[in-house]
Ligand binder design. Sequence first.
Ligand code: RB5
Length: 155
Amino acid sequence: MIVIGSDHTGIELKKRIISYLKQKNIDVIDVTNFEDQTGDDYPDIGYIVCKNVLDKNCLGIAICGTGIGISIACNKVNGIRASVCTDKYMAQMTRQDNDANVLCLGARLENVEIEEIVDAFISTKFAGGRHQRRLDKIKKIEKSQKDGVEYGDSL
Ligand code: RB5
């Protein structure tokens, strides 16, 4: 299952990705299918996508104009590893090495092979091994922030 959401800039791109995933018989839940999205803000949208990704333990796709703002917001949520990808190599590597759980896309970018990026993201598995050690360090940074202690003291 894939969770998807966009701010007002990405509504058309979101619909395109939903129909692409449905064609491939992949379950997709649109968590931002609101009546009116004219005044929405990407931090709220990012949070809704991330909350659903964590609750449903699945991958998510979050869209704003550039993909940048929403990725910054998504990465503030504990347990989320969100990456803006503009090509399939980035999408593949962020799953393989970073175990990214949210793919961020920019609706206003041109000449981006969206379907190739989505395919690479959803079909690549996390490699584990030495990469797990690095993810554990990211978790440690999250925990140190939560506990109000300095992560760097342990370096
Ligand atoms: C909204 O106009 C735009 O700022 C937003 O979609 C996003 O691109 C921010 O990073």
